[in-house]
Ligand binder design. Sequence first.
Ligand code: SF4
Length: 344
Amino acid sequence: MIHNAKRPVTDPNTLPPMPYHRVDMKRYIGKTYLGTRTMTYHSSFGCPFLCGFCAVAAIYKSRWVGKRASSVVDEILWFKDQHGVNAVEFVDNNFFVAEKRTLEIAAGLRGRGIAWWAEARPDTLMLYSDATWRAMRDSGCKMIFFGAESSSKETLELMNKGGKQTPDMILELAARAKAFDIIPEFSFVLGTPSDDVDGQIERDIRYIRRIKEINAKSEIVIYVFSPVFFDDADLLQKSRAFGFEFPNRLVEWLQPQWTSFDLRKQPLTPWLKPRHLEQISNFERVLNARFPTVSDIKLKRWQTGILKTLGAWRYKSGFYIAPWEIRFVANRLFRYRQPEIEGF
Ligand code: SF4
């Protein structure tokens, strides 16, 4: 197999305007917790980092290009004028790479009645000044998604998170976001390869609880680790050392277990036993009942109250085993949606 060299990423500033008139825009604007008319928007492509579990890193190989702040603001205000948009989800892989650009976008959106959400790296936002945080909040930034990933410094290093992110940093970030009244949405990847899988899951759970103590509004998103084919990633090497291997033949990917793996439904990692998956899922269920996500706009106040009541004693006592009653109420009666990356 011969791999051609990657071609440079196209600079979005050199592209002609998007022909939005060719699509039925109302199909792409919806109601979310951010606003009644929310759209998604890509203001940049790629990511300069090389986290070892991330498909974006495998595709873009450390390349990032952003649209000029003035073009981003002009385009969003055009959507507001033409289509009544009042909220934007920036679905960039890493929106906040350049602080100056973020500040300019925030200045352009301030007072325009646009609420917004985007994804960030914790270390990047911890380096932002207070003035930029304030400008973001004043421009309508309501929530920011962060990859917190793990309570373990060693796991963060294996993930190649750029070497600057530490578990303590996430705790400081939770407090900082609270001070600026922006909801932090922290995602975690539990179940990475380890000699002590049980202990690591326990430590991650205790750490998530600590974040909630610092900032109860923090939204927590939990994933189970599944390796990404990124050959030089330490995490893939460690996964192989623990007995994981991808199929060797294309046709094997058609087998049901690999189809589920590809959809991130079944990690197929030898170190994770069914009891680990159950432990993670039980904790997640109790956590999401005790702290229902604000992003589920269909959840009524009385439903939130019932979920909180069901989750409260379990969360307080740390008893997560078999939360059937929560499952029944959440799935059957409310169709409760777990917090997730995108709002709709
Ligand atoms: S910073 Fe985020 S998008 Fe970039 S490589 Fe890491 S996980 Fe992926």
